[in-house]
Ligand binder design. Structure first.
Ligand code: HDL
Ligand code: ZN
Length: 415
């Protein structure tokens, strides 16, 4: 085994490993080709990403937020380009991400809007997926799948051939967080549930969940929880979680992913761009991990103020797997801080990043922006070992990086 003994050799080996290891992206909003229009792709979709809509909203006064987000795609994309790329420099993480993605996907002149459009003209979904997965060095992604979306449900019911690079996650927000509005949709689907959550309802909700999780081959169930989420509590959400969701996860032997800390629709007019963040009470997570030691939980938290506490929680509970720099924390200044503190308290027993990509092409920048930060953090940690005469080998670094870029997640979920 070739020991690495100098900082220069370390940096070269870590960089080669991190860049060269294909990643399993465990939380995205992209879809395989079979889902047709649900798969968002191309430069205009990149530009109208709700992150960039929110940033554009800040610098215009000739359109209301409602009018801005209601613009047709082509006009909306040109408005973002004009405001964030021509009138100002794209310094924000989401704005520069578009430039990174375009360059890595083969746009020759990234200053020319026409050249950008031309690069992607005529690209089929299959060609586009291959191009992006190769550029991002992604081996597989986990989607966010909503069985209550009629378009999506239709594709699942048609039982089309699956693309092995796309795995499913069963998203349950409407059931857990908006039962009164969702109940009738389960009744319409043939499940004997009632609005008042009588005892007989919970097994029916669980059956809906297990039916769909099996149909999708779901790797986990997921829910985005508000910053006000607390357990134990006698709320509809807590009752559905306890009596339906967790029993269904037990039966399926899959984890529940909790994404905690969103403050929904702070500015409703901005739609998805109008969500905010709130510091959460993570004792709810500790309660669930403690009360259900035989069940597994995935966790990502939205508030920077919750990050350190989340790492400490992950240290306590072997049934808790911490993942990703989610949403408002997916900015280099915070990603670096979070990744270092996680390595310092968890070693390799966590998943440092997911892309959350909503547009296929975003994979190319989300991973291009993260990999150098992981290289820097790992070089620091291996460097400390080398200072004490523990010289890592290339094989050990490869093993550790494979764990961090999907292997530890697969071990945790038993895939
Ligand atoms: O709830 C979620 O999965 C979040 O990731 C939201 O989709 C959010 O709008 C988002 O795209 N964050 O990156
Ligand atoms: Zn997401």
């Amino acid at each position: 085994m070739s020991e690495i003994r100098t900082p220069a050799a370390l940096e070269a080996a870590v960089r080669a490993c991190v860049e060269g290891t294909a990643v399993l992206d465990i939380h995205t909003h992209i879809y395989e080709e079979a889902f047709g229009p649900l798969l968002l792709r191309g430069p205009e979709e990149l530009l109208i990403y709700h992150y960039l809509q929110a940033e554009t909203n800040r610098v215009i006064d000739d359109l209301t937020p409602q009018a801005l987000v209601a613009l047709p795609r082509e006009a909306a994309a040109r408005q973002v380009w004009r405001e964030l790329y021509e009138a100002r420099s794209p310094l924000s993480e989401a704005a520069r991400g578009v430039i990174t993605a375009l360059r890595r996907l083969g746009v020759s002149d990234i200053r020319s809007y026409e050249a950008i459009l031309a690069r992607f003209a005529g690209l089929s979904a299959a060609e586009h997926i291959d191009l992006v997965f190769r550029a991002a060095n992604v081996r597989a992604v986990i989607m966010t799948n909503d069985p209550l979306n009629p378009t999506e449900a239709g594709v699942w019911m048609a039982g089309q051939k699956r693309d092995r690079r796309f795995h499913a996650a069963l998203r349950i927000d409407p059931i857990l967080l908006d039962w009164r509005a969702t109940c009738e949709r389960l009744v319409a689907a043939g499940y004997a549930v009632d609005r008042d959550l009588t005892a007989a309802t919970y097994p029916q909700i669980a059956r809906f969940l297990t039916d769909w999780a099996r149909r999708m081959g779901a790797v986990y169930m997921a829910v985005s929880l508000p910053h006000t989420f607390t357990m134990p509590e006698d709320s509809p959400a807590a009752r559905i979680l306890t009596h339906a969701v967790l029993p269904a996860c037990r039966e399926l032997e899959i984890p529940l992913a909790m994404m905690v800390g969103v403050r929904r629709r702070v500015v409703p007019e901005l739609r998805d761009g109008g969500d905010g963040v709130g510091r959460a009470d993570l004792s709810a997570v500790a309660y669930l991990c403690r009360e259900y030691p035989g069940q597994k939980f995935l966790l990502t938290v939205l508030s920077r103020e919750n990050q350190h506490e989340a790492v400490v929680l992950a240290r306590k509970f072997r049934n808790l797997h911490l993942f990703g720099c989610w949403w408002f924390t997916n900015n280099p200044s915070i990603v670096e801080e979070i990744t270092r503190e996680r390595l310092e308290m968890l070693g390799t027993s966590f998943t440092p990043q997911h892309s959350d990509a909503r547009v296929l092409d975003q994979l190319a920048y989300k991973w291009a922006h993260f990999r150098p930060i992981l290289v820097k953090a790992l070089c620091e940690k291996y460097g400390y070992l080398m200072d004490e005469g523990w010289y890592p080998t290339e094989e050990e670094i490869e093993r550790d990086v494979r764990l961090l870029l999907g292997g530890e997640f697969e071990r945790f979920v038993g895939r």
